[in-house]
Design a binder for this molecule. Structure first.
Ligand SMILES: Nc1ncnc2c1ncn2[C@@H]1O[C@H](COP(=O)(O)OP(=O)(O)O)[C@@H](O)[C@H]1O
Ligand SMILES: [Mg+2]
Length: 208
């Protein structure tokens, strides 16, 4: 049985595809077999897989949720506006950015949770912005309260900073986990972001 991890939020531009791609390539770097399911009709993740065909253990790229899942892990990249598919038993990673609207949507996903366990990632956080701190505290409170009143439990609540390195890697259709040594020289801050992500991904792997 594959372990299924869904990168989810109702809002666009919060980092679903960024985290889904980096997670898939991180799993591959650990020697895991991976299927990447791109549910976004815009297929913005597709160019990242162009070098995969020549790889010994390519990440399988597909567009729909099949039920003959044979890989160690399945990573699902949701499109904005979609509803989380509760028929797909998997581990949802609810991603928010520090805006009131995104937090409210994530809060609704938390209180309507039908899954057993899930993670919350506050992404694109700028620590020096006072409102961001208030909003992320607000979401954390909502998660804590729902852990008491609902059967669904949050195993991971984490905050990821606003990092230019994501954009730099994305511009060459790479993730932080499949950069060449030349790329690494150009993306000077890559190691720092990669370490930050590795901690988050290891926790997701532990609970999913
Ligand atoms: N923590 C971050 N810091 C800086 N840029 C980010 C961060 N997370 C995502 N981005 C950038 O934001 C843009 C939108 O991210 P994306 O993953 O495509 O969002 P979504 O899939 O939720 O629509 C991308 O250009 C991505 O590189
Ligand atoms: Mg996307």
């Amino acid at each position: 049985m594959s372990k299924i991890v869904s990168m989810y939020s109702k809002k666009g531009g919060v980092g679903k595809t960024t985290l889904a791609l980096n997670f898939a390539f991180y799993l591959k770097s650990l020697g895991k077999s991976v299927e990447f399911i791109d549910l976004d009709p815009q297929q913005s993740a597709l160019p990242f897989f162009k070098d995969e065909q020549s790889s010994d253990t390519p990440i399988i790229y597909s567009n729909n949720v099949r039920h003959t899942l044979k890989t160690d892990f399945v990573v699902i990249d949701y499109p904005p506006g979609a509803t989380l598919d509760h028929k797909v038993k998997g581990y949802p990673v609810l991603i928010s950015n520090p805006t009131k609207m995104s937090i409210r949507d994530t809060y609704l996903s938390v209180i309507n949770a039908e899954h057993e366990r899930y993670a919350v990632v506050m992404n694109r956080y700028q620590g020096n912005v006072r409102d961001n701190k208030l909003l992320s505290d607000e979401l954390l409170e909502a998660v804590k309260k729902s852990n008491v009143t609902h059967s669904a439990k949050c195993n991971l609540f984490t905050v990821l900073g606003l990092r230019a390195g994501f954009q730099s890697a994305e511009n060459i259709d790479k993730t932080l986990f499949n950069l060449s040594s030349e790329d690494k020289k150009r993306i000077s801050s890559y190691a720092q972001i990669r370490d930050e992500l590795t901690d988050v991904f290891d926790t997701i792997i532990k609970y999913c």
